[in-house]
Design a protein around this ligand. Structure first.
Ligand SMILES: [Zn+2]
Length: 349
């Protein structure tokens, strides 16, 4: 090597070192190059018991982007929690470029309390309180910690859900469409790579950064390509559902060039749009007449609502022809809560 080339090589090394990832730190837990470290974000006890958020940081040997993966935003959605544990062990830090931050169970009060939708402590739906509050209720404090310590350090974000403990769900992805072409192309790439083969085109209203409500919107309003996955149903940890979550993560890492190897080419995808969450007109006892993944005709029967004596209250019908993303699969039904989500099948994308 002559001296000119040697100088260029040294300059490149110095530049590479300058561009090295700032060391990621989450809840006092510091990333170590080439290692996976685990620990907790402690949510202080403001008289409500506080909480602990289990996190892993996997720091590659080489530089690259930071991907944040969040499970357990809803505590009864188990397949992503178990799938992420599996993925955490499959990601070889020696092969990884960049950093993966994993939130294993965001909503520990709901997880340990076995509640659907709401925290047993403050009654909040954690996926409606983002970006959270430093001095708020426990759900708001957890959301604030995840916003500031996880999401705001990330280049990409996936909030991993499933059908909740009461929801029979056919796996799909909410793919936000923001109107920013570059951002939308990145999100579409992420959605196809995760590979759940049903993608809901989610033209949601863009919310302000300080009232982002949803985990994914918290990323989007901070310029971070983000999406929400849904894979799992009614508290199941069936191996194929766990695998969908783990394989989705691994293929996403290949897509983002954070792991070597070719990503699997996207499979034929059913594109869904204009989704509607049908809510219950009354409290009562619900019996579904369809399953997640069924197609329905306009006015097709989704289920029957009866009172506590078995007398009919309402027949719940589809507002238009489409696909049932999920339907409530257990009897309790409260007025105003979801009965089912139906979306229109759209041509191509
Ligand atoms: Zn959820």
């Amino acid at each position: 090597m002559n001296s000119l080339y040697r100088m260029i090589a040294i300059a490149a090394l110095v530049l590479g070192a300058l561009q090295a990832n700032a060391q990621i730190e989450v809840g006092g837990l510091k990333a170590v190059a080439g290692e996976r470290v685990t620990g907790f974000i402690d949510i202080t006890d403001n008289g409500d018991g506080g909480s602990r958020v289990p996190v892993s940081i996997i720091q590659g040997r080489s530089n690259g982007p930071t991907l944040a993966l969040v499970a357990g935003t809803h505590g009864y959605e188990y397949a992503p929690v178990i799938g992420l544990q599996k993925a955490a062990r499959l990601i070889d830090p020696a092969m990884l470029s960049g950093t993966v931050i994993i939130v294993h169970v965001a909503n520990m009060p709901s997880f340990l309390g076995r509640t659907i939708y709401y925290s047993p402590v403050d009654g909040e739906n954690m996926n409606r309180v983002y970006p959270g509050k430093a001095d708020g209720t426990v759900s708001e404090r957890i959301a604030h910690a995840i916003t500031t310590q996880v999401i705001e350090q990330a280049d990409y974000l996936v909030d991993m859900h499933s059908g909740d403990g009461n929801e029979d769900l056919r796996p799909y992805i909410y793919m936000p469409v923001t109107g920013n072409a570059e951002m939308d192309a990145k999100i579409k790439g992420m959605a196809l790579a995760f590979g759940l083969d049903h993608i809901v085109i989610d033209r949601r209203e863009n919310l302000p950064a300080d009232a982002s409500r949803f985990t994914d919107m918290t990323g989007l309003t901070r310029g971070i390509p983000s999406m929400t996955t849904e894979a799992g149903r009614v508290g199941s940890t069936a191996p194929e559902l766990v695998r969908k979550n783990a394989e989705g993560v691994m293929n996403l890492l290949r897509h983002l060039k954070m792991l070597p190897g070719n990503e699997k080419p996207p499979q034929p995808t059913v594109w869904l749009g204009d989704f509607t969450v049908i809510t219950s007109p009354a409290d009562g006892i619900f019996a579904a007449r369809v399953k997640g993944g069924y197609t329905v005709a306009k006015d097709g029967v989704l289920g029957e609502l009866v009172d506590y004596f078995g007398e009919p209250i309402a027949t719940i019908r589809a507002p238009y022809a489409g696909m049932v993303n999920y339907v409530i699969a257990t009897p309790p039904m409260r007025k105003g809560e979801p009965v089912a989500m139906v979306s229109k099948i759209v041509e191509g994308e």
